[in-house]
Design a protein around this ligand. Structure first.
Ligand code: M6R
Length: 364
């Protein structure tokens, strides 16, 4: 049941610290990352030359966060494809490709078909799956389960953050076996990852602060979410959440792209959510925020604690607990989920069952 919560979505948002702990626990052995319990052999991680994610919706967005890490940590080529587009994009797949099929349900037909195709081209595969024994789990060479428990709300929350946790463990192990991490770097990565549940908890403890911020979006028809690099990847999921449960048309936009066209859409009627968790993008991001403010937009800034926002006048600032840059996706995502949740609830919508959407999509 929903326990004391009015909606499953809130319950599932609140369950994330435990769900992430459960997902990390079997992969954390004697202070090191291990995929032994998953049965994923090191040579599969070592011998591949590129990685390709096939997934849909939220699961695909988890893949985008992983892509950012794989590029920066492993310096490896990685594609992230919509499973539904995969076959029509002439994907470059061979026996040196490691395919990651990410799916909460394990039954999404697009993802299943993409996985089958990739395997027919000789790729090895690891599926990141929440539902035990599901079709995609059965079709894949290896499976890494997420231990999110049942996710009932149509809008995915704990499945997403546990997918990230499993993918981080995978990437950490890859970095070790491929020589990208020495012991010290592995330790720093593990430490950051193990702080994810607590960082999320700190955000959840301040849910009423986000509820207050959400009230500023209730009348909006359109909204923008702006960020760069990893922040942009995180916002793609944040925007999907807001769209699907609140029906506000929301675009996640790479901040620098705004003035290549869509800045014309920014008015005092389009609230902007800006995410600033990566120190290296701070200066440019702040100047992009000024650009939208000067068009009259109200701006909510979600910022990593310690990043100096200068003394500009923002509509709201929500401070995210500081952790290593790579792990900021965890607290940032929780904050964005709460935002979507409260807008939907305060608009009086059926949060758990948005119109026209199904939890599991079994048609192509
Ligand atoms: O079960 P799956 O993870 O394969 O589902 C993929 C998408 O349909 C799913 O992530 C969808 O985008 C979410 N329900 C959105 O919140």
């Amino acid at each position: 049941g929903k326990g004391n919560y009015p909606f499953y979505m809130e319950k599932e948002i609140m369950e994330q610290p435990e769900a992430i702990k459960a997902t990390l626990a079997p992969r954390y052995v004697d202070g090191r990352i291990s995929l032994e319990a998953d049965g994923v052999p090191d040579d599969v991680l070592k011998n591949c030359e590129r990685v390709c994610v096939v997934a849909c919706g939220t699961a695909m967005h988890a893949g985008l966060v992983a892509q950012s890490l794989i590029r920066s940590i492993l310096r490896m080529h990685m594609d992230v494809e919509y499973a539904s587009e995969f076959m029509y994009m002439d994907p470059v797949i061979d026996d040196k490709t490691l395919v990651l099929a990410i799916s909460q349900s394990g039954e999404t037909i697009d993802t299943l078909e993409a996985l089958k195709y990739a395997r027919s081209q000789g790729a090895k595969s690891i599926a990141v799956i929440n539902v035990k024994g599901s079709s995609i789990a059965r079709e894949s060479d290896y499976v890494m389960y997420t231990y999110a428990g049942p996710e009932i709300a149509v809008a995915s929350t704990k499945a997403y953050t546990t997918q990230m946790a499993a993918l981080f463990a995978l990437i950490g192990r890859m970095a070790v076996v491929r020589g990208a991490f020495n012991e010290e770097q592995e330790k720093a990565f593990v430490d950051a990852l193990m702080q994810a549940p607590d960082a999320i908890q700190q955000v959840l403890d301040r849910k009423e602060e986000m509820h207050h911020i959400a009230r500023g979006l209730l009348e909006a028809k359109d909204a923008f979410m702006l960020g760069r690099g990893l922040d942009y990847a995180i916002l793609l999921e944040g925007a999907l959440k807001l769209k699907e449960v609140s029906y506000i048309h929301t675009e996640a936009y790479a901040s620098g792209e705004l003035k290549h066209g869509t800045i014309a859409l920014i008015t005092e009627k389009t609230p902007v959510v800006a995410l600033v968790t990566q120190e290296r993008v701070r200066d440019k991001e702040l100047s992009n925020i000024r650009e939208v403010q000067s068009r009259g937009a109200s701006v909510v800034v979600l910022v990593k604690d310690g990043i100096d926002l200068a003394d500009a006048d923002y509509t709201h600032v929500f401070t995210l607990p500081a952790m290593d840059d790579v792990a900021m996706a965890f607290p940032a995502s929780a904050a964005l989920q709460l935002l979507a949740y409260y807008v939907s609830m305060d608009r009086g919508l059926d949060v758990d069952k948005p119109r026209n959407l199904a939890k599991v999509v079994t048609v192509e």
